[in-house]
Each structure stands twice: as structure tokens, then as C-alpha cells.
Write a protein that binds this ligand. Structure first.
Ligand SMILES: Nc1nc2c(ncn2[C@@H]2O[C@H](COP(=O)(O)OP(=O)(O)OP(=O)(O)O)[C@@H](O)[C@H]2O)c(=O)[nH]1
Ligand SMILES: [Mg+2]
Length: 422
């Protein structure tokens, strides 16, 4: 099975919580704070692998969560870091933020890696909070929490040359004749259901040739096997546009040629501007005179003079390969997909929203609060006092007042609520 587009869910590991403890021994009853820091959460990493050529592996497994950091412990023991998760994808996989549709990575080279999400920081143990004025901090910091994200993986075949044309014109046959590939060939349309790649060596030059499933009118809008396969010619440098000059399917060759070009244009201006070599196939099915007449008509209708081949009797194949390597030498390699500047891995530490729940109750939510509360243990009086001060210092109390907060109202923050007094 071939799969070239899939959405998966990923999450970096949360940071482990810091620990609160005090040193104890036979001789020391009231030692200093010795709570260790929590471990860092694992990362989510993508790695390209040339041994894969489909995203099929994601049919059943669509969730990839890295390990959480372990909590710190007494005696200043730091928690273990969470294990990173490495997700293998085929070369040519473009990764997009499923929410915004923006491209965040394009993995083209074997073993190329991209860290999509980094793990949350571990919380500080109480030892960190000791100071000359605070000898015995009874609180530690919780680990940083990481969000669940969705990414869209899209496979865009990496090949130098793409074979394009109506179904049944002989694309797979040509691939099988010139390369090491062994695609399925049959005398009916849509035999090829996904792109096949083959390596061609000709006069000391080698290039990758892709056989793309047959296109028909309306492909750019999803007809036939649809535009999903047009994606696979986005990266080719040369298109070999194949037409069946024997017209064995009863369709006019020039008309087919124009229709395919229209589909390419409708799909993208970039694809439409890729240099083309036009190839008239199945020449062996015509007499010399018939062939001449058909070629003249094609030239009159389109203004183009195709190369003539027959894959079956090996006619014109060498000349075609000559033409391909000449054109490839003149055509620069395509630049990698533009990565849109987009902070996909951004951890929200600034958002703040006040929700009025009823006349006398307000809730404060957002990344700013989540981050602030990490260092707070509300059961600890001093920690709580620090938190209340921070709410004032960062203008949150003022914002609540603007929203209507008065003496005696209730404020809810995360899983605590308190009565506000001036
Ligand atoms: N006589 C003749 N038949 C050919 C030639 N090339 C291909 N064929 C035949 O045409 C039929 C279709 O060939 P394929 O290579 O499967 O065509 P395709 O373009 O890959 O078709 P789809 O995968 O359906 O898009 C098969 O029966 C081939 O044997 C040729 O040069 N001459
Ligand atoms: Mg085919």
C-alpha cells in the first residue's frame, strides 16, 4: 500500500517535577534543603530514511509521544531525562503544522534530522531556592508541561525526471526498459497506482526517473487518481510528456497533450514551467506513412515536434536518453521547499485571558499563568505569598479589576480559588 499524506499527533515529554526535601542523618536533624531538579522531557525528532518510500507505516500508528522527565529526588538527585522519540520518514517528506498549514521542515537527505518539538524543562528542586533569607524553602518547581501538536506529513517524491501522460500510454513500460525498476504493466488505464522510481545510467550520467500514475482531464480537481500525484512532479527538473501516437485508445494525440498541459497549469504555475520533452510512443503500431501523417498533424495542432519511440522494439530510446541528460545538464537543481518562518515549537509563556464566569467569579487562564504557577506550592505560606505578589507585580490584579473584580469576589487560577481582598 502506498500512502503519501497523513496527519499525526506528536508531543514532547513534560519536564519532571523538582523535589522538596531536607538533609537528614543521625547527626544532622535539621539539614539544609536537598531536593534535586526534575529531568528534561524527551524531544520529538523526525529522521529521513532512504529505505522508505511511502508513509504507509503511519496507517496504524499515528501518535508519537516522547518520554516525560522523571522527578528529582532527595540527596540532590536529578531525575532522569525522558526518552526522545525518533520518527522515520521517507526522503522527500515535507512536514507542515496541521493547524496553520505552514511548512516547518523538508527532509530530503538520508539521515537528515529535524527536532520538531523539544522536551519541557525539569522543575528546580527546593535546594535551588535556598538563599541567605530563605534557609528552608518548602517548595520546589513543577516541570514544564508541553502541548500536544498535530503535523501533516506529505511525501513529495525526489526524482530528476518525471514521466507524465494519459493512462496506458506506456510510461511504466518505458521506465522498465531504461532503468532497474520493475513496475506493473498492463493494457488498461490506471495500472500504476503510485509513483515508481528507477535509476537510469546513460553515457556515464545517472539520474532518477519517476513514473507518475496516469493523469486525465480534471486531475487537478481530483478526477481519476487525482491531483495527489501531481504533488510528486513538483520537484522534478525535467518532464517527459508521453503521448500515444498510435492513438490506440481512440483519442486525438494533440488533444490529449493539451489536456495534460492544462492540468499541469491548473495545478501550479511552477509545475507548468518545468521543461518538457515530448515523446510520441507506440510508433511500432503504425506504418511509416501513418506515423508521418500523425506527426504532421500533431505538429500542426500544437506547434511541437515530438521525439518518436517504441519501448517494445527499442526504437528511439537512446536518442531520448541523450536529450534527457542534455536538458538535465542545462537545468539547475531545484531549491529545497521554502520553510516558512514559523515558531512551531514555541512554548506559550505570555498569553493571558480573564474569563468572567459570573457576577462575582473570575478565572485567569493562559500560558503566562501556567508558567508562573510552576514555581508555586500554594500550601506553603511563603510560596503562596510570593504568588500573590507576582499577581500584583505583573499587573494581573489590575487587569482583573478592569474586568470588574471587587472586594470579596472569587478568583480561580488553575485548580485553586481564593477570595480577593483589597
Ligand atoms: N505496441 C506497443 N505497446 C506498448 C508500448 N509501450 C507500452 N505498450 C503497451 O501499452 C500498455 C500500457 O502500458 P503501461 O506501461 O502499463 O502504460 P502506463 O502509461 O504506465 O499506464 P498507467 O499506469 O495506467 O498510467 C501495455 O499493454 C504495454 O505493453 C510500445 O512502445 N508499443
Ligand atoms: Mg503505469
Amino acid at each position: 500500500m502506498f500512502l503519501d499524506r497523513v496527519t499525526i499527533t506528536i508531543k514532547a515529554g513534560d519536564g519532571g517535577n523538582g523535589h522538596t526535601s531536607f538533609f537528614r542523618s543521625k547527626l544532622t536533624m535539621n539539614g539544609g534543603p536537598d531536593g534535586g531538579d526534575g529531568g528534561k522531557g524527551g524531544d520529538v525528532i523526525f529522521e529521513a530514511n532512504e529505505g522508505l518510500n511511502t508513509l504507509y507505516g503511519f496507517t496504524y500508528k499515528k501518535k508519537f509521544f516522547a518520554g516525560n522527565g522523571e522527578p528529582g529526588d532527595k540527596q540532590l538527585k536529578k531525575g532522569h531525562d525522558g526518552e526522545s522519540v525518533v520518527i522515520e520518514v521517507p526522503c522527500g517528506t515535507v512536514i507542515k503544522d496541521a493547524e496553520s498549514g505552514m511548512v516547518i521542515a523538508d527532509l530530503t537527505e538520508h539521515k537528515q534530522r529535524f527536532t520538531a518539538l523539544s522536551g519541557g524543562f525539569g522543575g528546580r528542586g527546593n535546594n535551588y531556592y535556598k538563599s541567605p533569607t530563605r534557609q528552608a524553602p518548602h517548595f520546589s518547581q513543577t516541570g514544564e508541561k508541553t502541548p500536544v501538536k498535530k503535523v501533516l506529513l506529505e511525501l513529495k517524491t525526489i526524482a530528476d525526471v518525471g514521466l507524465v501522460g494519459f493512462p496506458n500510454v506506456g510510461k511504466s513500460t518505458l521506465l522498465s526498459v531504461v532503468s532497474n525498476a520493475n513496475p506493473k504493466i498492463a493494457n488498461y488505464p490506471f495500472t500504476t497506482l503510485y509513483p515508481n522510481l528507477g535509476v537510469v545510467s546513460h553515457k556515464g550520467v545517472s539520474f532518477v526517473l519517476a513514473d507518475i500514475p496516469g493523469l486525465i482531464e480534471g486531475a487537478s480537481e481530483g478526477a481519476g487518481l487525482g491531483h495527489t500525484f501531481l504533488r510528486h512532479i513538483e520537484r522534478v527538473r525535467v518532464i517527459v510528456h508521453m503521448i500515444d501516437i498510435s492513438e490506440s485508445d481512440g483519442r486525438d494525440a494533440a488533444c490529449n497533450y493539451n489536456q495534460i498541459n492544462n492540468e499541469l497549469k491548473k495545478y501550479s504555475a511552477d509545475v507548468a514551467s518545468v521543461p518538457q520533452i515530448i515523446v510520441a510512443t507506440k510508433a511500432d503500431l503504425l506504418t511509416d506513412d501513418e506515423l508521418k501523417t500523425r506527426l504532421n498533424k500533431f505538429e500542426k495542432d500544437t506547434g511541437k515536434k515530438p521525439l518518436v519511440i517504441s519501448s517494445i522494439i527499442n526504437k528511439g530510446i537512446d536518442a531520448l536518453l541523450d536529450e534527457i541528460i542534455t536538458l538535465l545538464a542545462k537545468t539547475p537543481k531545484k531549491a529545497a521547499t521554502d520553510i516558512e518562518m514559523h515558531d512551531f515549537d514555541k512554548k506559550d509563556k505570555t498569553s493571558l485571558e480573564i474569563i468572567k464566569i459570573n457576577d462575582s467569579t473570575y478565572e485567569v487562564v493562559g500560558g503566562f499563568i501556567d508558567n508562573l504557577i510552576r514555581g508555586v506550592v500554594l500550601s506553603d505560606e511563603r510560596s503562596n505569598a510570593y504568588f500573590q505578589n507576582a499577581l500584583k507585580k505583573h499587573g494581573i490584579i489590575d487587569k482583573l479589576k478592569e474586568a470588574g473584580l471587587i472586594d470579596g469576589d472569587t478568583v480561580i487560577i488553575k485548580d485553586i480559588s481564593f477570595e480577593y481582598s483589597e
